[in-house]
Design a protein around this ligand. Structure first.
Ligand SMILES: Nc1ncnc2c1ncn2[C@@H]1O[C@H](COP(=O)(O)OP(=O)(O)OP(=O)(O)O)[C@@H](O)[C@H]1O
Length: 547
């Protein structure tokens, strides 16, 4: 019985002792697969818990919350004032009076801190608050890793609302506002620290000071976090030479499948191993930091990589199947065939959509594959808008029309990685406040960015895989709103269009897929097969997690 815990558990399953355990969970559906046990719990709340190993002590899994009040008060009264302030911030700033499905499941799990969590829930379903809330409520320190700077800034913006509210509380909670602002994140490529308080970059001395103070919440892209670590090492600013919160209670990997892709995996691996190492150095009695993975898509290969870092994560599935959430039902998806004319056909279709307003309601995001295409399509859109204006304002005096045309040109923006940081930030801000109506962009903003009121997403270029498609169209139809997603394809792209058709089928919208598309030979593009992360991760982190 001392050996393999899985064996111990299996033996217990057949013993008398286990009868209570089974009775206790008599509302569970249990079924086995080749990887172990999956258990669905609480069918009343949309979502399930499951694990791929059969060593999970199921009786330690907290019940999902059903509401913020009174559930959180009843269970977590110990957080007192902080709870009041957080709940009032939720209602005032986010209009959140009831938790979403992923929040119901994840908040108690993260608060109890007994398990690593893999949470797969649809786009726009409130995953950010699902991990930030437990961090702020519990007063524990944490590190949030995100794949892009845009997303880092967005998460920091959300966190700022809470930081401000928690400012005057008891010592434990006040730590979040220390040093000047806890919502700090490292700027990609400059390895400088930003504070939200004054909105300027910290200079080298401040940077060192902040590192010495050991920030309690760090939101960073993986490369920048590694940068920061190297900076700290060079200047020996901290006792442990680590700029990461120490001891760190939680590491959150937001958009985890993207972070585990080969381009980012080495940096993530390094950070995880540093954090795990630092937590050991601090105090041997301190628990290993919990590593939580959040995404709308966790394909099987991402799942496996995640499980290589934390031995037995608990998985939360909200409307997910095979590691993919269905695209949100609030998005009306369609495919538009643009004939055999290649890009020319697509441009004509796009211009038609703009000029006639057909299937296109701004604000709209138009996804293209390359930076060059981004600029070219933006130019085309400006031209189409001008045409529309000329058509509708024939009676308007010429000078006024010219002014209107000039103004209209600014309503179309382009957003891609080749633009400098400030231009990207401005463009995004203008789009978010409705000054830019049409944003032509690459997949830079396909993930995570919370566009509250995008009405239309157009896939001008077909996404490389189903995962990207789900994230792209998830920029609309968020937070209870409805949206429209149109994918343009021409004759030579018919097989690739099946990527989108398959997701449409999964979301129950197959009646909008042209019949003939499914009758085509099943030869999918190479990219489709390769969707999701691959390669090796976490050598260092894996070894440490096993110890
Ligand atoms: N309980 C809630 N009630 C109402 N609105 C909420 C609630 N939780 C979050 N929201 C809002 O829902 C929107 C989407 O949240 P969020 O950006 O966290 O989604 P997400 O699941 O991370 O999406 P993605 O997978 O695209 O990153 C945000 O505007 C947020 O303020």
């Amino acid at each position: 019985m001392d050996g393999n815990p899985a064996q111990v558990h299996r033996m217990e399953l057949h013993s008398e002792k286990n009868t209570d355990w089974l009775e206790h969970f008599n509302n569970m559906q249990r079924f086995r697969n080749e990887r172990g046990i999956q258990i669905d719990r609480k069918p009343g709340i949309r979502g399930t818990h499951s694990s791929f190993v059969d060593t999970i002590p199921w009786d330690l899994i907290p019940d999902p919350i059903q509401n913020f009040v009174p559930d959180l008060y009843e269970r977590y009264a110990k957080f007192g004032d902080a709870l009041d302030r957080i709940l009032s911030t939720l209602t005032r700033q986010f209009g959140a009076s009831a938790p979403t499905a992923v929040q119901c499941q994840a908040i108690p799990l993260l608060l109890d801190g007994l398990f690593d969590v893999l949470a797969c829930a649809p786009t726009g379903s409130g995953k950010t608050l699902a991990y930030l809330l437990p961090l702020f409520l519990s007063g524990r320190s944490g590190l949030v890793l995100v794949p892009t700077r845009e997303l880092a800034e967005q998460v920091a913006r959300v966190a700022t609302h809470f930081v401000g509210r928690l400012g005057g509380l008891n010592h434990q909670v006040r730590r979040f506002c220390y040093p000047s602002d806890v919502t700090v994140w490292w700027q990609e490529s400059t390895s400088k620290l930003r504070t939200t308080k004054n909105g300027r970059e910290a200079d080298s001395m401040e940077y060192s000071a902040i590192l010495t103070a050991e920030p309690l919440l760090v939101i960073a892209t993986p490369l920048t976090a590694v940068h920061a670590y190297e900076h700290a090492l060079k200047h020996e600013t901290t006792k442990s030479h680590s700029p990461f919160p120490a001891p760190c209670a939680m590491v959150i990997l937001d958009e985890a499948d993207r972070l585990l892709e080969p381009s980012m995996a080495p940096a993530v691996d390094r950070i995880l191993s540093l954090v795990l190492e630092a937590s050991k150095e601090q105090d041997t009695t301190v628990k290993r930091p919990r590593i939580h993975f959040f995404s709308a898509t966790l394909p099987p290969n991402a799942d496996e990589l995640a499980r290589s870092v934390c031995a037995s994560p608990l998985r939360i599935n909200i409307e997910a199947k095979g590691g993919m959430t269905r695209a949100v039902g609030s998005v009306h998806q369609s495919l538009r065939f643009c004939g055999a004319g290649g890009n020319q056909g697509k441009l004509i279709a796009l211009r038609q959509m703009i000029v006639e307003g057909y299937e296109m309601e701004p604000p709209a995001l138009i996804f293209v594959a390359t930076q060059k295409a981004c600029e070219a399509v933006a130019k085309e859109l400006r031209f189409a808008l001008m045409q529309r204006l000329l058509k509708t304002t024939e009676h308007v005096p010429k000078t006024l029309r010219e002014k209107q045309i000039q103004l209209l040109a600014t309503r179309v923006g382009a957003m891609h990685a080749a633009l400098d940081r400030e231009t990207r930030r401005h463009m995004l801000a203008h789009f978010l406040v409705g000054q830019v109506f049409f944003l032509v962009c690459t997949d830079l903003v396909a993930r995570g960015v919370d566009f509250k009121c995008v009405n239309t997403v157009i896939n001008y270029d077909i996404p490389p895989d189903g995962v990207t498609y789900v994230h792209r169209i998830g920029r609309t139809g968020r937070n209870g709103r409805t949206g429209r997603a149109v994918t343009l394809f021409c004759a030579n792209e018919a097989t690739q269009a099946r990527i989108c058709a398959n997701v449409m089928r999964l979301s129950g919208q197959d009646e909008r897929v042209p019949e003939w598309l499914f009758r085509l030979p099943k030869k999918m593009s190479q990219n489709t097969a390769k969707s999701g992360p691959s390669g090796k991760l976490p050598n260092q982190a894996r070894k440490r997690a096993r110890k």
